[in-house]
Design a protein around this ligand. Structure first.
Ligand SMILES: Cc1ncc(COP(=O)(O)O)c(C=O)c1O
Length: 466
C-alpha cells in the first residue's frame, strides 16, 4: 500500500487506519494535535543493529556513534543510548544534551567547524572520546584549552580528502571546495607538531563523505584513504593513532515502490538503498585486495561510524491535518480544476522539503486502506509561496501532484513517511508556529510523549521585552 513497507515494517494498516508499531496514528493525532512526530523505538533498534552488523564482518572492532544532529530530542537520545549506540555531537549544546541523556564522555565524539572556547572546555572537562578538530588552527585552540585546564584532550583530525559523492551538492562534505576539515598533508604536519605535546592526544582521523550517499563504493574509497593515511603515519610517527572514523551518510529509501513522479537525478538520490554493513565489508575486502599493508594497518584500529539518517530517518513519521481546501482552474485535469489541500505541516518543520526538495511520501492516515488515486496539489501553512509539496521552481524534483484517496476534506489526517531525520531537528517557529509534539512508541509498544507541543508562551520565551 505505501510502497515504503519492507518485511520488518513497523507501519501497518488496521481498520483502514495507519498504525505505527500497532498504535493507531489517528488516535495519537487526536490526543496530541498535529503536526505530530511519531517515532518507533523498535525501528531505531533494528536500524542500529543493521549498521553494527558490520562489526562481525570486518577484522577490527567497531563503534557506532549516532549523529545527534539528525534528531536530538532527549527521549530519542535516551533510546539511542539504551540501544548501546554511542553519539556524535556538533556543538556544545548537543554535547550538553548528550550528557543530559546519560552518555558518558567516553561514548561521545565532538564534531563541528566553529567551536567556541566554552564548548571545547566542556568537551575536555568531560573527557570525550575525541574532539574532532576541523583545522590546524582549531588544534591550537584545543591544546591551549587543555593546557589551561591542566589536563589533556583527546582529538582526532577531520580530513578533506577530495572524495566525491553523487548526493546533493549541499550534502557533499569531503571535497576541497567544501568548508570542512584539513588536507591530509596538513594533518601529517599537525601530528608531527604535537607529537610530544602533554596536552593533545591525537587518537584518530576522521572523514565524512556526505549524507544520503547513493553509491556504496564511496565507502571503499574512504576506507582506502583512511587506511593509507594510517599506514603512512605508522611508518613516520612514534605515537600511533587508535581509530579511524569513516563518518555517516548511509542512505534511507524515501521512495520505495511509490513511483513518485520526480526527475531521474533526484530519484537516484532519494531512492538510494544499500546494506551499510555490506558496504563496509566490501570496502574492507577491496582494501585488503588492493593494499594489504594498509588493510593490515586498519585491522589494528577501531573503526568508527557516525550514522544519523540511517538510524532515525525511517523510524519516524509526521502526522498533519488538512486545514483548508480550494480549487483552481486547470483544463488538463479531470473536472477542469486542480484540487488544493493546505496542511498544518510546512517547511518550518520539514526544511529539507524546501532546501533540497526532499520527497516525503504522503498518505492518508485515516483512510490508509483505500486506493490513493486522486491527484491533489498540496501545500503547507506558511505565508511563503515556496511552502508547497511540489517543486515551485518547476525542475521536477518533487511531484507536481500527491496521490491521495478521493474526497479528501479539511479535518482529514495525513501522514508523511520516513521523515524522522533532519526534520524537527531543523525546525523553527517561523510564522509564529508552535514546534510540534513528539511521541515515541517504546519497545513494549507503549506510546510516550517525549516532547510536548509548544504553546503561545514558548513563542516569546527568549524575548526580553514581554
Ligand atoms: C560529520 C558528519 N558526520 C555524520 C553525519 C551524519 O550523516 P547521515 O545522517 O547522513 O548519516 C553528518 C551529516 O551530514 C556529518 O556532517
Amino acid at each position: 500500500m505505501f510502497g515504503l513497507i519492507d518485511n520488518d515494517s513497523y507501519l501497518t494498516v488496521s481498520d483502514g487506519r495507519l498504525c505505527i508499531d500497532g498504535v493507531d496514528a489517528v488516535e495519537l493525532a487526536r490526543s496530541h494535535a498535529t503536526p505530530l512526530f511519531i517515532y518507533s523505538e523498535a525501528r531505531i533498534r533494528r536500524n542500529i543493529a543493521r549498521l553494527t552488523d558490520a562489526g562481525g564482518r570486518i577484522p577490527c572492532p567497531m563503534k557506532a556513534c549516532y549523529a545527534a544532529k539528525a534528531m536530538s530530542t532527549l527521549g530519542i537520545l535516551r533510546a539511542i543510548r539504551n540501544a548501546e549506540c554511542d553519539i556524535e555531537v556538533n556543538s556544545g549544546g548537543e554535547l550538553w544534551k548528550a550528557l543530559r541523556a546519560g552518555f558518558s564522555g567516553d561514548r561521545i565524539i565532538f564534531n563541528g567547524t566553529s567551536k567556541e572556547a566554552w564548548e571545547i572546555e566542556l568537551a575536555i572537562q568531560n573527557d570525550v572520546y575525541a574532539i574532532q578538530a576541523d583545522s590546524v588552527y582549531e588544534l591550537s585552540l584545543i591544546e591551549a584549552a587543555a593546557r589551561s585546564l591542566g589536563t589533556n584532550a583527546n582529538v582526532s583530525l577531520r580530513l578533506v580528502p577530495e572524495i566525491e559523492s553523487g548526493t546533493h551538492s549541499g550534502l557533499r562534505t569531503a571535497l576541497l571546495t567544501s568548508k570542512f576539515g584539513m588536507m591530509p598533508d596538513e594533518a601529517f604536519a599537525a601530528i608531527a607538531q604535537y607529537a610530544d605535546s602533554d596536552h593533545l592526544v591525537i587518537r584518530g582521523i576522521h572523514l565524512h563523505v556526505g549524507s544520503q550517499n547513493p553509491d556504496p563504493s564511496v565507502y571503499a574509497e574512504a576506507l582506502a584513504t583512511l587506511g593509507r593515511f594510517a599506514l603512512r603515519l605508522g611508518r613516520i610517527s612514534s605515537r600511533p593513532i587508535e581509530h579511524i572514523n569513516i563518518g555517516g551518510g548511509f542512505p534511507v529509501d524515501h521512495i520505495g515502490g511509490t513511483r513518485a513522479d520526480i526527475n531521474e537525478d533526484q530519484a537516484a538520490i532519494l531512492s538510494a538503498y544499500f546494506d551499510p554493513a555490506g558496504a563496509l565489508e566490501s570496502a574492507w575486502q577491496r582494501l585488503a585486495a588492493a593494499d594489504p599493508a594498509a588493510a593490515e594497518a586498519v585491522s589494528k584500529l577501531t573503526l568508527l561510524i557516525e550514522p544519523g539518517r540511517s538510524i532515525i530517518g525511517d523510524a519516524g513519521i509526521c502526522l498533519t491535518t488538512v486545514r483548508n481546501a480550494k480549487s483552481r482552474p486547470n483544463a488538463d485535469m479531470p473536472g477542469g480544476v486542480d484540487q488544493w489541500l493546505l496542511t498544518d505541516a510546512g517547511f518550518n518543520i520539514l526544511l529539507s522539503m524546501e532546501t533540497y526538495k526532499w520527497y516525503y511520501h504522503l498518505i492518508s492516515a485515516q483512510r490508509a486502506g483505500v486506493p490513493h488515486e486522486t491527484r491533489y496539489k498540496v501545500a503547507g501553512p506558511l505565508c511563503d509561496g515556496g511552502d508547497v509539496y511540489f517543486d515551485i521552481e518547476g525542475k521536477g524534483r518533487l511531484p507536481e501532484y500527491r496521490m491521495l484517496p478521493a474526497g479528501v476534506e479539511p479535518g482529514e489526517v495525513l501522514a508523511l513517511l520516513n521523515c524522522g531525520a533532519y526534520s524537527l531537528a531543523q525546525a523553527s517557529q517561523y510564522n509564529g508556529r508552535f514546534l510540534p509534539a513528539v511521541v515515541l512508541i517504546g519497545i513494549d509498544g507503549t506510546p510516550q510523549l517525549i516532547r510536548r507541543r509548544e504553546t503561545l508562551d514558548d513563542l516569546i520565551r527568549a524575548d526580553s521585552l514581554t
